[in-house]
Design a binder for this molecule. Structure first.
Ligand SMILES: [Zn+2]
Length: 392
């Protein structure tokens, strides 16, 4: 009897293990990355015409965390290279998430709450190191993107301004050419070692935010507990980032951290994905004072598509937040930071970005202004912040 019981238990646990290592991650992917409306998406002829001539540039996408080959088209989640191309995106920033504490919320996220990434890493059979090491998780995600760019000669990893210019020149002849840029979401990925900045830069990372959902050794998060400013370690890291011409991203930073970083840096910074308090009052979102401060530095504010950033479903709240930033500091400081595949609910997947063009036209933006918001502003800032590299 006991023998049969043990045999049954063994069969059941192997089935559970097979399930865990095959379907658990895709199920989590589909569960967390939802769209409010399924494709195909319809827009007016005018919006279509404007959208087809612009180049989309998106400041934030978390695709690399999920069990999807970036080069293949999927019917779950928000994006992949084929869908981004169809949506008119020519430049995509892919961010690496390396720690995601359970129960994260805008009420305050505890840094030591149970981290969900080990479960995702194990379920996707990431290398063993990446189950426990945040640095290894960032390195693995960079490798995933580099492998994709190596297999598709029209997909480029941009490391320098020269790369960006090469991409733009190639894209003028072939709209399938797409540039990608690697970003890190929160420098707890350094695991306390400033020298790991060099490792991440060597891996191709060119944009970094100091914090993510929770306070870390560098400083406070907008959804942290203490929400403090820059620490001594944060100051040391910031200097190293500047030495490498890493683009500073202030998304997720506490108000005190935004002030401290702006006081210690020069030149443009970005806020890769955010909402604004004037249209959606949340501690995660930017105040008018900080919108002005980022604009004064020549930076851009990437307004998100997701429901909790803009306080409502559909695309209109995103267009309204963009209108607010434009009215406050000028259209040249407005950009797009979708947060696609960032465990959020969005109105449409990457093939529906023309709906945002339509919503911006309805907000009264001219076709030229829509072109700036949808991509040209990001190109302008990256041309200033990326290391020069060797010109073509
Ligand atoms: Zn984020």
């Amino acid at each position: 009897m006991l023998r049969f019981f043990l045999y049954g238990l063994a069969v059941l646990s192997s089935l559970a293990a097979v399930g865990y290592f095959t379907v658990a991650a895709p199920i989590a992917d589909a569960w967390y990355n939802t769209v409010q409306d399924e494709s195909p998406y319809e827009v007016s002829e005018r919006a279509r015409a404007v959208h087809d001539t612009l180049m989309g540039a998106d400041l934030h996408n978390d695709l690399l965390l999920w069990p999807r080959n970036p080069l293949r088209r999927y019917d779950r989640g928000h994006s992949d290279v084929p869908r981004l191309r169809e949506g008119g995106v020519g430049l995509q920033v892919f961010a690496a998430v390396t720690q995601s504490p359970m129960g994260r919320s805008y009420q305050g996220t505890e840094a030591d709450a149970l981290d969900q990434i080990p479960f995702l890493a194990a379920a996707q059979r990431w290398p063993l190191r990446a189950w426990t090491s945040r640095l290894a998780r960032a390195r693995y995600q960079a490798r995933k993107l580099r492998r994709a760019t190596a297999r598709d000669d029209r997909l480029m990893l941009l490391r320098t301004r020269a790369d960006l210019d090469r991409m733009l020149a190639r894209r003028a002849d072939d709209p399938a050419v797409m540039g990608t840029l690697l970003a890190v979401e929160g420098l707890h990925a350094l695991e306390g070692e400033v020298a790991n900045v060099d490792t991440l830069v060597a891996d191709g990372y060119r944009m970094m935010s100091l914090t993510h959902m929770f306070d870390n050794a560098l400083g406070g998060a907008s959804t942290g507990i203490e929400k403090g400013g820059l620490t001594d370690f944060g100051t040391t890291v910031l200097r190293r980032l500047q030495a490498h011409d890493v683009t500073i991203d202030l998304a997720h930073a506490s108000e005190a951290l935004v002030d401290d970083v702006l006081a210690r840096t020069e030149g443009p910074v970005v806020v890769s994905h955010t909402g604004v308090r004037a249209t959606c009052d949340s501690p995660r979102n930017l105040s008018d004072r900080h919108i002005r401060a980022v604009a004064e530095r020549g930076g851009v504010i990437g307004v998100g598509l997701w429901e909790t950033a803009v306080c409502g479903p559909g695309v209109a709240p995103t267009a309204a937040a963009m209108r607010h930033v434009a009215d406050l500091v000028g259209t040249e400081h407005v950009a797009l930071g979708t947060d696609y595949d960032g465990t959020v609910s969005v109105p449409f997947d990457a093939t529906g970005l023309s709906l945002l063009t339509e919503a911006l036209l309805s907000e009264g933006f001219s076709p030229r202004e829509v072109e700036q918001i949808m991509g040209a502003n990001v190109v302008r800032v990256l041309r200033r912040t990326l290391p020069p590299g060797t010109p073509p």
